[in-house]
Write a protein that binds this ligand. Sequence first.
Ligand code: NIG
Ligand code: FE
Length: 425
Amino acid sequence: MLYLSGMKHLLIKSISNLLQVREEKTMKISGREMSVLPCIEDAWLEIKDGIIYDYGKMDDFNKVLTDEVTVIDASGKIVLPCWVDSHTHIVYAGSRESEFVDRIKGLSYQEIAIRGGGILNSAKKLEKTSEEELIITALERINEMIVLGTGAIEIKSGYGLNTDNELKILRVIKKLKEHTPVQIKATFLGAHAIPPEYKSEKRKYIDIIINEMIPKIADEKLADYCDVFCERGYYNEAECVEILEAGKKYGLIPKAHTEQLSHSGGTQAAVKCGAISVDHLEYLNDEDIAALRFTETMPTILPGAQWFLSLPYPPARKIIDSGLPLAIASDYNPGSSPSGNMNFMLSLACVQYNLTPEEAINAATINSAYAINLSDKLGSIRKGNIANIIITKRIPSYAYIPYWFAHNPVDATIINGELMHINCQ
Ligand code: NIG
Ligand code: FE
């Protein structure tokens, strides 16, 4: 990765297509509107002091350029807002490829979890790993995500499963903010699994989450959100509501993992709590879709986890066709989605769930920014927004991004107005 800091004033010219241009403040895009991606062909974009300063058509370009301006020629290239990855678990220790092999040989994700694998396996590894090591490995993942065009990331705890280790992960997330320019939001996910020592006393662990973890996390201002894995064998609807409501009392905004491995009822429970997003949704049904209408909750699909675990497809088309918004995130984690490649997530969503490229790009920019309360300043090209920008390689059209699956279409990523890397191709 090539770091080119110090360029405070950039002018990207001769852009073949500037995508996701929203002059009006837009918080999220729903239903039919998702098939519209506002663009300017043959455009320029000016970035100053970290902010999108101005843009327009090349035909109307009349700026006088001083020596301080770094000019980038984007002929044949597409420019768009960086991907926003609103759901990840990238602070983790070790890896779980042996479970991947077990699944190839016929075991299910649930069977592996019951044997002490899965989330509990990652918790055991994390306990033995220092904060420094967790910071280094998470930064490696973030740097790779930047090269792939991601500019803002939500990161969850959930591999701690006791007060010390949950706080350790959240402190690591806080430190990451000092080491990377990427915008980071933190989510407390103490209710990710039931620690083995509380296997037959889940109530006691929930009490620790509510009475010990949440107050300490709030006291140290370590998280923005509180999340629960609402699933058979994990946390039921009532427990989900109880934990999310407890978080709310301390200012933590609710989020939830719902309807991933079965129909858990978590979506409707989380909606009642005013969740900002419900994520996964493989088993989402028509009543859930109805319950999501006229709410502020962002349905979020995680195509990497669905694909990697060979789960049923979430009803993404139905969600959009019912007039709802939809976001896409990577769920980057060692068990169900060991990839933070948002370009590939878009390909999966288009190929498997019949999203159009316009819908997928809206889902992975402005709508995923909404899911972490950032769409007022990220996820669209608007004057005054933070300049998190992708410049693609020379590609014929934006449909080429999901079409060219498993490649990296990103040539350069700009974060906070600073050129972070240029692929040397
Ligand atoms: O989002 N579903 C629950 N949690 C993660 C998986 C975590 C793991 O297997 O380590 C998910 O898919
Ligand atoms: Fe997750």
